[in-house]
Design a protein. Structure first.
Length: 352
């Protein structure tokens, strides 16, 4: 799908060719530049779109970037409440109004929150951890993500849609980007399913369309300073024995998948030398010095203790055939993996 060159600040075509793809912030800038409805809205209200683009463009002069991208940005405030509402998980009950009302700049231009908001910020970061492990890292969600990625690759390979920079620019220019949503992608899955003779791909697509997710076989999870190192070791060990185990129990290795995830409770650790990454950390105004410091440096904050910890998890998933006794196969696989991978981290056997 060919598209026009992205426009530069002057409104003329840029001499620099577009990248192969855009990250979400760069794509947001393209939407501001090229979307006809937005351009009309800006013009009618005499608003300079460059001001909006600068809000989420990184740079030392952008003091408000943490509102868009940080440990406590508007997106995180939104998705905690949103996932709590739609999933029923109770971790979105954070005092958003109080936190937003406590935002300020210190005398050096550092975006921060008042000292009174420290407990609320602590609560939000801990809540975000529980939200991650209960929703994005839930065993069913993680299993369906495997099927989703498989389906998306199949759609890209078949030319059902393109996510290249040119294709995205063309969608925005034509106004089609607004219909490039979940329903559109699922309709592409249905089209691929009708044409495909690949049994494994079809089982993935059926799992998405009919909510039959791949099944958890076995998993290891840990939270602590060594979680990343330990889970990496387990992942390497699992990869080295995957085919051996599949052969032992009579399973197609393509129906097995190793999932892993890691997440920090804070982007910076207490005592860590401050760098550009520190800009993503939550800063709290020190009431004595009137200067903002990272939340993790306040010794009366719970994140001062938790900042050195992170979550790490590794799991093995099985995509069973519709005719298989998946429970029996999962038990056999679980025993084979546990026999070969000895670890002190929490091991989860298959259930249900």
């Amino acid at each position: 799908m060919a598209g026009p060159q992205p426009l530069g600040e002057s409104g003329t075509a840029s001499a620099t060719p577009p990248p192969t793809h855009y990250d979400h912030e760069a794509l947001g800038a393209q939407i501001i530049d090229l979307d006809a409805e937005l351009k009309d809205t800006f013009q009618r209200n005499d608003f300079d779109p460059e001001l909006l683009k600068k809000v989420f463009q990184p740079g030392p002069e952008n003091q408000l970037l943490p509102i868009i991208s940080s440990d406590l940005d508007c997106d995180r405030l939104d998705y905690l409440r949103r996932t709590a509402h739609f999933s029923g998980a109770p971790y979105g009950s954070v005092d958003i109004r109080f936190i937003a009302g406590s935002a300020m700049l210190d005398d050096h231009g550092q975006f921060c929150f008042s000292h009174k908001a420290m407990r609320a910020a602590d609560h939000l970061l801990v809540s975000r951890y529980y939200d991650y492990v209960q929703v994005p890292f839930h065993k069913t969600v993680s299993g369906l993500e495997w099927s989703l990625v498989t389906g998306l690759k199949a759609c890209l390979d078949a030319g059902e849609f393109s996510c290249s920079a040119d294709a995205m620019v063309a969608m925005i220019t034509d106004g089609d980007w607004s219909i490039f949503d979940d329903q559109y992608v699922v309709s592409c899955f249905r089209d691929i399913r009708k044409k495909s003779s690949d049994l494994i791909l079809n089982d993935h697509l059926d799992g998405i369309i009919n909510r039959r997710p791949p099944k958890l076989v076995v998993g290891w999870e840990e939270i602590g300073p060594e979680a990343r190192t330990n889970t990496n070791k387990i992942k390497v060990a699992l990869r080295s024995i995957l085919e051996e185990v599949a052969d032992e129990v009579g399973c197609d290795v393509k129906r097995l998948h190793i999932w892993d995830a890691k997440t920090k409770l804070s982007s910076v650790q207490a005592g860590e030398e401050l760098t550009e990454v520190s800009a993503k950390a939550v800063h709290i105004m020190d009431p004595r010095s009137k200067k903002a410091r990272p939340l993790v440096e306040h010794r009366d904050a719970i994140m001062h203790m938790l900042s050195r910890s992170e979550y790490g998890g590794v799991r093995v998933y099985l995509l069973p055939t519709p005719a298989e006794n998946s429970r029996a196969l999962r038990v056999a696989l679980c025993e084979a993996f546990e026999k070969r991978v000895g670890t002190s981290t929490t091991c989860t056997a298959p259930v249900g």
